[in-house]
Structures are given as structure tokens and as C-alpha cells.
Design a protein around this ligand. Structure first.
Ligand code: PMP
Length: 285
């Protein structure tokens, strides 16, 4: 099965999809995106992803796109590809126009999607955890909008890899721990989880939300509050959350080893619970 693209209503092999060079997404990163995963042939939390996508469209003043239109386009692409463990990338840009910072409010948004099979994160990393570095958060102050402007995220990830780490964690000028380059961050101390509150400085992760739900269900205490890099160093457990990341243990931050360098029991429990939730409560077939 080839990996497929959807381009304004048409489905084709990815390498045949073309967009005009004056798409504002290409020239200005004037676009929003989503990434949705399936488990055993069922998409996880489709509606939550569409809520977040619509939040971005609204905040940036794009012409609204009816949800049924998006839903049926996603469903068709997903079904045509037929992957049990699919990753669907959806990108909506403001439209195509001669290059100019100002934009007409009448532009037609361009909808592009791709579907590929998700490559599993190596079992060794899942079992034994990852090493991370912290980097200054150089991003703009509307990180709640999932825009395609990911240059700071790309550079931070690259810096981590180039220095032998798996990922980077953004911290503010005041050393507040924000989020990963493509994940949210949780610290566990004395059996209680802490994660950054929902502010414009982080993306409201769908997985983050699912984890907090699980905490409520299994009686784990949590708090959505600010914590510092020092708090992270001193935590009993640290993990990242995200659609592909799921729950990924962090055993090192900068030159510090978290707790004893092993993967903690709460991280393991939440990874298992998230997997079970993804299989139990599908949004669409
Ligand atoms: N923060 C950032 C910056 C991300 O790119 C992602 C991945 N989409 C997340 C958090 C996690 O979000 P989600 O759980 O919805 O994948």
C-alpha cells in the first residue's frame, strides 16, 4: 500500500502531490496542523484533534471549514490507506496569494493530508527511558495554536540529537519547564504528577488530557502548575506525552540522572493505561 496524500479533495500517492509556491504556508508558515494516530485500525480522539484544529483556525482568522467535511476527508484517506497503526498528518494553510504580509480575508484555505504507517519508538527506549537536554524556549507566545512554524522545535531536537540525547525540553527565561519539542512534560514527585498548566506557552496535548483523565479514573493525584528545571532534576519520575510518544520515560535531564536512572512505576502504569484507553474507547472505526 503506498503512503497517500489528500490535496484539496483528491487522494494520490504522496510523491505526486504538489502545492503552489505561493501557498502562504510555504512562504510564511501561515498554517495549522494536526497529527492523529490510529490503534488497531481506529483513530484515537479524532474529535479532540478537530477541536484543537478549529481553535487554531479561529484564532488565526481563517475561513471556517465545516467539521463534517474534514471528518469525511480524514475517514476516506484513512480507509484507503488501510493501516492499522496509521499516522494522519493534516495541514491547513490560509491559502495561495501573491507574496505579501497582509492577506485578503477571502482566501480559500488549502487542505493537505498525508497518511503513513507509524514507526514504533524502539522498545529499548520505551523500556529503559530516554536522555534529554533543556533548551531556552525561543518560540512565539501562542504555542497553544498548533502552527506549522516549528523551526525552534526542529533546531532544539537537532541540538539534542547532535549532542547524543534523544530530545529537548523547552524552559522559559525563568527556568519554568514548558514542554518537549513534540510532547508535553510530566514530573512525578511523592506520587503526585505535575504538568504545565494550559497557557499560551504550551500546546494543549490530547495525550496530556487523556493522562489527566486516567489519573482521575485511577486515583492518582495531579496538579497543573508551574515547575522549574530544578524541580525536574529532583523528580522521582519524568515522562513525555504525545500522540506518537504516548508515555515515554525520561531518565536523564541535562547532566542529571532522574532518581536512580530507572523507569518509575507510575510512568509504566500510565503507559499501560493509555494503551488500554486507546483500544477501549475509539472515536471512529
Ligand atoms: N507539544 C508539542 C509542541 C507538540 O508538537 C505535541 C505533539 N503534537 C505535543 C505537545 C503533544 O500533543 P498531542 O498529545 O496532542 O500529540
Amino acid at each position: 500500500m503506498p503512503d497517500l496524500a489528500y490535496l484539496n479533495g483528491e487522494i494520490m500517492p504522496i510523491d505526486q502531490a504538489r502545492v503552489p509556491i505561493e501557498d502562504r504556508g510555504y512562504q510564511f508558515a501561515d498554517g495549522v496542523y494536526e497529527y492523529i494516530a490510529s490503534y488497531e485500525g481506529r483513530l484515537f480522539r479524532l474529535e479532540a484533534h478537530l477541536d484543537r484544529l478549529e481553535h487554531g483556525l479561529r484564532e488565526l482568522g481563517y475561513a471556517p471549514i465545516p467539521r463534517p467535511h474534514l471528518r469525511s476527508a480524514i475517514a476516506e484517506l484513512f480507509q484507503r490507506a488501510g493501516y492499522a497503526r496509521a499516522g494522519i498528518y493534516i495541514q491547513i494553510t490560509r491559502g495561495v496569494a501573491p507574496r505579501n504580509h497582509a492577506f485578503a480575508t477571502t482566501l480559500t484555505p488549502q487542505i493537505v493530508m498525508t497518511v503513513r504507517e507509524i514507526k514504533a519508538i524502539p522498545a529499548d527506549l520505551r523500556d529503559n527511558g530516554i536522555q534529554t537536554i533543556t533548551v531556552r524556549d525561543l518560540r512565539w507566545s501562542r504555542c497553544d495554536i498548533k502552527t506549522t512554524q516549528l523551526l525552534a522545535n526542529c533546531l532544539a531536537k537537532q541540538k539534542a540529537l547532535a549532542s547524543g540525547y534523544y530530545d529537548a525540553i523547552f524552559v522559559s527565561d525563568q527556568d519554568i519547564v514548558r514542554e518537549g519539542t513534540s510532547s508535553n512534560v510530566f514530573a512525578v514527585s511523592n506520587g503526585r504528577l505535575t504538568t504545565h498548566p494550559l497557557t499560551p506557552h504550551i500546546l494543549p496535548g490530547i495525550t496530556r488530557m487523556a493522562i489527566l483523565e486516567i489519573c482521575g479514573e485511577i486515583g492518582l493525584e495531579f496538579s497543573e502548575s508551574f515547575f522549574t528545571r530544578e524541580n525536574l532534576y529532583a523528580a522521582d519520575e519524568v515522562f513525555l506525552s504525545g500522540t506518537v510518544t504516548e508515555v515515554l520515560p525520561v531518565i536523564g535531564v541535562d547532566d542529571r540522572i532522574i532518581a536512580n536512572g530507572g523507569v518509575g512505576p507510575i510512568t509504566r502504569q500510565l503507559y499501560a493505561a493509555l494503551g488500554a484507553k486507546a483500544l477501549d474507547r475509539p472515536d471512529v472505526r
